[in-house]
Structures are given as C-alpha cells and as structure tokens.
Ligand binder design. Structure first.
Ligand SMILES: [Zn+2]
Length: 329
C-alpha cells in the first residue's frame, strides 16, 4: 500500500515537472497524433510534414543534386482538373493554368526557362490552350522551382509576373536559397499584398499571404467549375519546413494554417490543391478524371471539412516541429 501511494506521488510530481515546461517529447507526440487523426486516410500525404525536419538548411550541393534528380523525372501528361483549371506542371513541381474569358492565369513557372518552354507550353497546347494567352504568372513563393521559368514566360508571351512584396524584396536582396538548376529571378512586374485580387476577364484570384515556407508565400483562392457546379479552390502556396531551426517561421506557418482554415470554413472552400503533386495526389485524380464519366463526382472536390482538416494537419505538424526544435536547445 505504501509502495502504491509513493508511485502515485512520484508520477504526480513528474506531471507537474513536465507541465512546468511548455515543450516535451509528450507535446511533440501529441501534435503528431492529432495531425494523424486529422489527416485520416484521405490526407495521409500531408503527414510527411510531421517527420522531423533538419535543424539546418540543406547545403547548395545537396539542393542541386536533389533538384537535378527531380527535373530528370519523366514529364507527366497534362490534364484538365476542372472546366477552367488545368495541370501543366512537371513530375515534382506543379504549374496550374486558370482559363478566363481574357486569357490564362498561370500559377507557378517551374524550375527554369527550358522547363517552362518544354513542359508548360506543350502541355497547354495538348489541352487545346494557347501559351500566348498567358497574361499573368502568380509565383507562389521565391524559390526557383516556382519562379525559374518566369523570365521565359515574360519574354516569350508578355506575361506579367505576380509575387508578394516580401518575396520580391527577399529575392532582390539575395536573402533566398538558390540552385544552379534554377532560372534567374524574373524582373519585378506586379506586387501583391493580403486581400489583393488578380483579375483577368471574368475571373478573380484572391491573394492571401501565408508566411511560413517563405516570408511572403502566396496562397491563392479562386473558383473552379465542374459538372455545372462552382467550387472554391485554395492552393496552399508553400508546404515543407525547409528553413531549418526557425521558430518564428514555424509560428507564422501554424498561424497561417489556422487563418486559412477559418477562411475555408467561412467561404465553403471545397478544393485544396498544391504546387507539388506529392501533396495533393493530382496525378491519380487527373488519371481518374480521364477514365470516368462527365457526371461522376470530381475527385479534386474533397469538401470543406477535408480542406479544413488538411490545413489543421499542416498546422499540427508545424507545432510538433516547433516543439522538437525548442527541445534541441
Ligand atoms: Zn519552396
């Protein structure tokens, strides 16, 4: 009896001791468990974010080797996800084209000018669209896998490149990571801030700034039509924690997922896509659309609760990673 009560007393003391610190192995595990629960089976691809992130950024050499491998992967078939939304990206990094009454808004420009010329342009043509109609290129963030081909699109098609104030400035002052395989930063065309709209013809893309992956990551929100219905799409603009041990960045990342989750709820956003197909399962969904009938449900439409769960999953992974870094100190 005495033994039992002393064990109880000891474990009570342990609970008090661990709650005196905000972070512990237990808080990391709790965030990861919550992320797993939120992701369920359908959003499992996001859980890669809950794996421990390196405390230092990759070296330029590591980055170059990885990017070269990714660029060398075979180019996937371009595809139509919605009546007005098309995938014209590569295997690793996405490029999405929104068709409007006055031309195309492209989201992201791939790694370099050659890739833009050899993947985006032919992809659009295969889908019956004209690359010359690209009027705007929204670059989700200032990493070269998203802006690298933008100069080609500016020069060849006269497209205007849109980026956030924060990311234009960071790239102009050389504060961003680079790679030998990435094209140059495009010249500054259009600078956007939170709540701005990129409007072309009948279509408006609302810009949300979601700092985290970079300081000025853009998360665009827009409408897409399928089977006679209008859906609301969010493209999470930067996913991985590849900035090393940087607590403020993880804080702003988690805050941004909370904010966009609230927005998704308010606006009934029912589609969430990515700028890397590994996160949104774009290829499997496009393949399914190719074989299914026009009246079957569009696999890109996951519903508002799933969009909210996806954002919360990423937020929980950011909180787990923050606690891991704090424990390392
Ligand atoms: Zn990035």
């Amino acid at each position: 009896m005495k033994l039992v009560s002393s064990v109880a007393a000891t474990s009570a003391a342990l609970v008090i001791a661990s709650s005196a610190f905000a972070q512990s192995e237990a808080t990391v595990a709790a965030h990861v468990a919550r992320a797993r629960q939120l992701a369920g089976d359908d959003l499992k691809a996001l859980l890669v974010l809950c794996q421990p992130a390196p405390s230092a950024r990759s070296t330029p050499r590591e980055r170059d080797e990885r990017i070269a491998r990714e660029i060398a992967r075979p180019v996937p078939e371009p595809g139509k996800a919605f009546d007005n939304l098309y995938y014209v990206g590569a295997a690793w990094v996405s490029a999405w084209a929104i068709r409007t009454s006055q031309g195309l808004i492209l989201i992201d420009a791939l790694n370099n000018n050659q890739e833009a010329a050899e993947v985006i342009d032919p992809g659009l043509r295969k889908l019956g669209l004209s690359p010359a109609d690209i009027k705007n290129v929204i670059v989700t963030h200032a990493h070269g896998d998203h802006y690298g081909g933008a100069t080609y699109l500016q020069q060849k098609h006269g497209a205007k490149v849109v980026m956030s104030e924060q990311d234009w400035t960071q790239s102009e002052t050389g504060e961003v990571i680079t790679s030998a395989h990435w094209g140059p930063m495009p010249k500054r065309d259009v600078t956007v801030r939170e709540g701005d709209k990129v409007t072309l013809g009948d279509t408006a893309v609302t810009i949300h700034i979601t700092p985290g992956h970079t300081v000025g990551t853009i998360t665009p929100v827009f409408e897409a039509k399928s089977g006679g219905k209008t859906h609301r799409v969010v493209l999470w603009g930067g996913t991985a924690f590849n900035f090393g041990n940087n607590i403020p960045r993880l804080d702003s990342y988690a805050e941004a997922t909370d904010r966009i989750a609230r927005l998704a709820q308010e606006q009934g956003i029912d589609v969430m896509i990515s700028n890397h197909a590994a996160y949104d399962g774009a290829f499997a969904k496009l393949a399914q659309l190719r074989k299914q009938g026009a009246m079957e449900p569009n696999p890109f439409v996951i519903g508002t609760p799933a969009v909210v769960r996806g954002l919360q999953t990423m937020g929980e992974c950011a909180r787990a990673q923050k606690d891991r870094f704090l424990l390392q100190k």
